[in-house]
Design a protein. Structure first.
Lengths: 197, 197, 197, 197
DNA sequence: ACTTAAACGAGACGGTACGTCCCGTCTTTGC
DNA sequence: GCAAAGACGGGACGTACCGTCTCGTTTAAGT
């Protein structure tokens, strides 16, 4: 069995992983996505460029890893109603999206959709995860007998999270109004799924 | 008004405008946004680079002009109901968004949000225009007495178009199901705005 | 015939050729061969790196062109005797070799012999030229009736110029003694070629 | 005296010394001086890079050791005449120089003259040694009464060995003709030093 | 036998330079 | 008198090597 023989050679220094991620995030915040250079990240992190390219095949992979590393989406605690669960999901997503400036998110999305490999990883991780979260709360609602018909998860996905993305990424809307938007969209979707007939 | 002073010298050859736009669209389709170079566009169009930069200040402006040049959004004809008007808006937007591959749209959005000037023009053109269209149909509905309360245009904007964008740009969902999505979102938003109590 | 079609496009700026050559020579003198970088040359010349790589395929070609550009070896004026002619050749070569520091000459020779293309050009230019010069003065001597036997040009070449190279490049000997060395080697070789029996 | 305190710890493995030297020579022959990398040597020798740098301070020292390690120049046995002694010296030097390809010798010379420390060691070892050999045979000739005047060792050095170096390193001349060249230069120099008046 | 200390293969590290590519501008020459 | 062809300054990219530095393992010498 071709085990990776982990004992051989000097192991990767995990402090360097953190230094790279940290420098990347700082520089994204300071200069924006378009002006981020690998040399600047290496310099800021006190690291050689080789250490970066040993970990990531391209600049985009580095940014991807540095920005979305710990987005661990979990289904929200059961709030007792579909509306409440959906609102919780919206608020979580909104909070994550507002953590980074919009140019970073757009840059990232552009790179993700420019590179097939990155795109597959993005879908397989984030989209799948969101879908799972939505499926979970829909199953809860079904167990409660709230649903009038078996819903289409993908459509619910778009109906629920689309407005949040649009508000933050396209309209560059006021973040202060996101809670209202979240509640509104959650209510609307919940109403549609539980319509008396 | 800074009119291009068209009387002096040789007038611009409008065939060149078309050649540039055509070459840009072809190369975007063939290689994708990230691999598009101005040299390649000039070469494909049989045109000098100077001819391009005489028309556009940056590569992004060129792509912008070549891809979204004729997005003339007009309020849809009065369908007689808010729900019908909203569905018409959704279908128009969906049709426009599906005209270009998603990597082009993401690339453009990234560049738009990386450059303040471009961003302002984008908002001032497309967002404002969409807002105006939505305002128009909401005013119609108000005139009909359909609305229960004065709606918040920006929120309606996000609620209505967000899911369409999300489906096309993030989920990379099946275009065949867009008509259903359009009708669903239009119904949902119309219901929310015309709720009986 | 694949002629370079010089009419099309902006022509190369010959001032840039000079700026590159000048910067190269200055930096070689200041820092030495091993520490010469293309970026430094470009910076010093006030030129982009692309302008350099448009002219030369590699750093070595650039240095080659910058350092040996105008070494136009001509047969010396007829001094009336073989000994005098040979001494003149030696002095010319010695003057050329002492124009550059020895580390540059060694670096250049190393690069020349590391790259077949450069090596061929070096031989085809300098070695051939030296051989021609020697052939010329030997023909003069033969015309004068000085020679006792038809000499082997290649060997005369080595016997005459070898000591000069060795003194300058290997021994790093005092340049002040080169005139004496030149006269000595010229006498020796002339004596060998004109031996009374 | 900073002796390596050989008692403690694991002793150096002399097989590794040989493996390094062997791999270095093989790779020099296969790829040439310019393309030799320490990693490649380590890999070929089945050795870690640290084992190399434990033995040699730089790549150049490693190559130096691998290529000229056993150049033990001794004064030749007394042949009975200055001419014979000088010819013997030339032949020995020629044999040593032809052992390595010319690009290796040029690379080494370039590195030697690029680094003061290495340069000093080279002079202090090889040049001094050659000078001693020449001094020895000149002293023999003086004892025999062959010399007409006290010779200048440095100049004799250049006159004698310069042509051999030039033939091998610059002209890349036929090795088959080196014996003739050796005898010719030895005769010439001997004649010059023993000229009847 | 057991400890100790250095050498070992492997490979990650900081740093530096390379040669390539593209942008947006500038400059000839030809149509 | 404009436009194609293409050279220009600038600057980032990803690669390659150098000489150094851990890792965990192996090998002798000294206890």
């Amino acid at each position: 069995m071709p085990e990776p023989k982990q004992g051989a050679g000097r192991p990767r220094d995990s402090q360097i992983d953190h230094a790279i991620a940290r420098a990347t995030r700082e520089l994204l915040a300071e200069r924006g996505y378009a002006k981020l250079t690998v040399d600047a990240v290496a310099s800021r992190a006190g690291v050689g460029k080789a250490a970066i390219y040993r970990r990531f095949a391209t600049k985009q992979e580095m940014i991807f890893a540095a920005t979305v590393h710990d987005m661990e989406e979990q289904p929200p605690p059961d709030s007792g109603s579909l509306r409440g669960d959906l609102a919780a999901i919206c608020e979580t997503i909104a909070a994550q999206l507002t953590a980074a400036p919009p140019d970073v998110l757009h840059g990232l999305l552009a790179d993700i959709h420019a590179d097939a490999a990155l795109g597959a990883r993005f879908s397989g991780t984030f989209i799948e995860r969101e879908r799972f979260v939505i499926d979970t709360v829909l199953a809860r609602a079904d167990a409660r007998g709230e649903l009038t018909a078996p819903p289409d998860t993908a459509m619910v996905h778009a109906l629920l999270l689309g407005p949040i993305f649009y508000w933050i990424l396209i309209l560059i809307g006021d973040h202060g109004r996101l809670p209202v938007l979240s509640r509104t969209v959650a209510s609307m979707v919940a109403d549609a799924l539980t319509a008396s007939e």
